[in-house]
Design a protein around this ligand. Structure first.
Ligand SMILES: Cc1ncc(COP(=O)(O)O)c(C=O)c1O
Length: 617
């Protein structure tokens, strides 16, 4: 605050030469008085940030840039938690045996994946972030994950080798009613759209019906169509800015709203955070900021965060010690949304519910109806397209208007070639029709209780098997916690996969069930989970000396990073090009070529290494 005052005072300082001192004092006092509220607001803003890195985008970005790339090799892959040699040997033997089974069972799928990998950047990206990065190379070498499936049926998917998996990926959340439902939507949509084909610009007649249905569901007056959830969120924020004349948006720590610039500040975004305030969710301090500031256009809420407020979507690549925790309290989250509603109304801030993920999963009328709180703008996507790509924005008339009657050149532009594509619109119409059918409606009856009961059953079975694993549920969206510290919990995803459970690339961080999954299939999920836990246990990955804490394991990781950072600085390429800047080796970098050669020929790999910097491996 003092620096703020002194810098504000500086332009006035020159006046002192010609101004009486009493006048100067009065000016100083006035300036101080004027600045106190601003300084207090700034202070409150800082206090409303969640204390984790997720709440500090700028700092998180800086820290991410410092993390040195390194990989564990040889024995270090197996004893990174301080396990004794016999446990490390047990793990190594188990991994090798699993790798042999893996290669036979997934031969065709793995061959196709390996062929596609170099030309498919998304595949390289997801493959690199399946487990904590120091283990990534070793796991890709032993247990590469096939990326292709060619058949789905009910609740299962089958790979190119004919292996059938119960699908817990939920297709990123799209799959609310089972794959057959979406196949039927797309088939029926194709029949309805075929007479028109891919004519764009003019609307297919189904659009009027779709709009009417969405108005009823959202309780909002207008609808706009987009091609993805990300675009729908972009449009919501843009409209909020246009109508309020304010620039800043508030998002809550950890919440995902797509990959567009302003809603994804921090790591992953090359640009520095700009007009985004990332505040702590479920916090009185954040409400105070909303009450005090007059530069906030909108607040974005992703209700999925109720499962893990203020934390980013859980992925196994961040399972460095097993301290991941989650828990869903519907009543508490409802109170939070009500408070947000009140303060946004009082301050003229646009409240946006981002229901791209959860819309239609909790309630046929979405999260607004489920929590009993109304938003000003609501985004939908994913499942609403009936299996085809879509983003939808619903809002109050005054907020959705993209031009001003009295100033026709002052627009809020938003269009897109493929918006309202006839096939997508027809698939959405079929989806919305079926959403009202008795066969679908009955799946919502007792939904939360059904999935909570299932989570209890799974947890009881895991407890009985002595496995340090528990599921936490927000209705049909689950995440897995680990009940003891460990550095190898991420191995569990490979055991689940081997037992025929398909997980998305975030592994055990998120399991997504179709609402329609029957008890028999769920019982089979439980059996497979328990078998996976038993094989994981038998392989020694859950060895624990009874004393090591999460903090001990984190200290080990920091020690490895420092070693790698130091080794990179002392390496032949020197500090400027080493891993110390946090980047991995660059294409054309001799160090990278060496890594690739080692990958192609495992025999050439250094086996005695500890923490090997990526840039020098
Ligand atoms: C809450 C939320 N908003 C926005 C998006 C972005 O949607 P899309 O991937 O269709 O761009 C997602 C995607 O997962 C999401 O979960």
């Amino acid at each position: 605050m003092s620096s703020l005052l002194s810098s504000a005072w500086a332009p006035l300082a020159g006046l002192g030469l010609a101004t009486p001192s009493w006048a100067l004092t009065a000016v100083a006092a006035a300036a101080a008085l004027a600045l106190v509220p601003a300084a207090r607001r700034r202070w409150h803003l800082s206090r409303a940030k969640h204390r984790s890195l997720a709440g500090h985008s700028r700092m998180a970005k800086r820290v991410a840039g410092w993390v040195p790339g390194y990989r564990l090799e040889g024995p270090r892959v197996y004893d990174a938690d301080g396990a004794p040699p016999e446990v490390a040997a047990q793990r190594q033997a188990a991994l090798q045996a699993q790798a042999e089974r893996w290669r036979v069972r997934f031969a065709r799928t793995l061959a196709a994946t390996s062929q596609a990998r170099s030309g498919l950047s998304d595949l390289q990206f997801t493959g690199a972030y399946r487990v904590p990065f120091p283990f990534s190379d070793a796991l890709r070498q032993h247990l590469p994950v096939g990326a292709f499936v060619e058949h789905s049926d009910g609740f299962t998917v089958a790979d190119l080798d004919g292996n059938t998996f119960i699908d817990l990926t939920g297709s990123y959340g799209v799959n609310v009613f089972g794959q057959d439902f979406y196949k039927a939507c797309i088939e029926e949509a194709t029949r309805r759209a075929r007479p028109l084909g891919a004519v764009l610009g003019a609307y297919h007649p189904c659009v009027a019906d779709v709009v009417a249905r969405l108005q009823r569901i959202s309780g909002l007056e207008e609808v706009s169509f987009h091609m993805s959830g990300t675009e729908a969120v972009m449009q919501a924020v843009r409209l909020a800015r246009y109508h309020t004349g304010r620039r800043h948006l508030v998002r809550f720590a950890g919440a995902y709203h797509g990959w567009w610039e302003d809603v994804q500040p921090g790591p992953g975004n090359p640009m520095p955070p700009r007009e985004t305030y990332t505040l702590a969710e479920m916090s009185e301090r954040s409400l105070r900021v909303l009450r005090e500031r007059s530069d906030i256009a909108c607040v974005l809420v992703n209700p999925l965060q109720a499962l893990h407020p203020n934390k980013a979507a859980p992925g196994d690549s961040s399972l460095v010690d097993g301290s991941r925790r989650a828990g869903y309290d519907r009543a508490a989250y409802t109170r939070w949304l009500q408070q947000l509603r009140e303060v946004c109304t009082a301050r003229g801030i646009v409240l946006i519910f981002d229901e791209v993920f959860l819309g239609f999963r909790l309630d046929p009328r979405g999260a607004q109806a489920y929590f009993g709180v109304r938003a000003d703008l609501v985004t939908y996507g994913k499942t609403l397209g009936g299996g085809l790509p879509v983003g939808v924005l619903c809002g109050r008339h005054a907020l959705m208007k993209r031009y001003r009657e009295d100033r026709p050149a002052d627009l809020c532009f938003a269009r897109g070639t493929f918006n309202a594509h006839p096939y997508v619109m027809c698939a959405m119409q079929v989806f919305l029709e079926r959403l009202e059918s008795p066969e679908i409606c009955h799946h919502y009856v007792g939904l939360d209780e059904r999935f909570e009961d299932r989570a209890r059953r799974l947890n009881a079975a895991l407890q009985e098997a002595g496995a340090p694993v528990r599921a936490r549920a927000m209705s049909s969206v689950w995440t897995i916690e680990y009940t003891q510290p460990g550095r190898y919990h991420w191995m569990f995803q490979y055991h689940l996969r081997e037992q025929g459970l398909a997980l998305s690339w975030v592994g055990t961080g998120r399991l997504i069930f179709p609402l329609t999954m029957d008890e028999r299939t769920f019982d089979e999920v439980v059996r497979r989970f328990v078998r996976a836990a038993q094989t994981m246990q038998a392989a020694g990955w859950w060895w624990h000396d009874g004393q090591t804490t999460h903090a001990d394991l984190r200290r080990r990781v920091i020690g490895e990073m420092l070693t790698a950072w130091w080794a990179a600085r002392r390496g032949p390429r020197g500090p400027a090009q080493g891993a110390g800047d946090g980047r991995l080796s660059r294409p054309g970098d001799p160090a990278l070529q060496k890594t690739e050669a080692a990958r192609a020929d495992p025999a050439a790999r250094p086996e005695a290494g500890a923490a090997v910097p990526s840039s020098t491996a």
